[in-house]
Design a protein around this ligand. Sequence first.
Ligand SMILES: [Fe+2]
Length: 136
Amino acid sequence: MQRSWATVCDKDEYLNPHKHWQSNISFAYYLKKPLNSGNIVFSFNENPNEIADKLFSYDKVQKGLLSDINNLNQSVFEIDALEDEIVIFPSKTAHSTLRNLSNEDRISISGDISIMLKNSNQFEHLLPNPNFWQKF
Ligand SMILES: [Fe+2]
């Protein structure tokens, strides 16, 4: 576990798309998640799970080539996590949050986890040997 932080999202606030480049696994635990306070959204636009870019897009539904857009063929995925739930995801997957439309704060605790060899010398690129990390 390399770092952890709290996020308080006031009314109308949201998080822009970003990635956690320095870790492998990230999580968000929702301490307070009022209705319509902004879900987490994952975006796969840079690495779509398809053989051709934008093969699965809504215009293909309009053209009758796809019957529907669903979780298996879309480039974004929204999770409606409830209060006291945790969302665990690959750190380098782009994610953001929707605007908080409630009158209450959305409060979450997030963190980043790195997975590495016990002895990372000569194997991990740009990662200091954990023996030199400061422990808290
Ligand atoms: Fe994040």
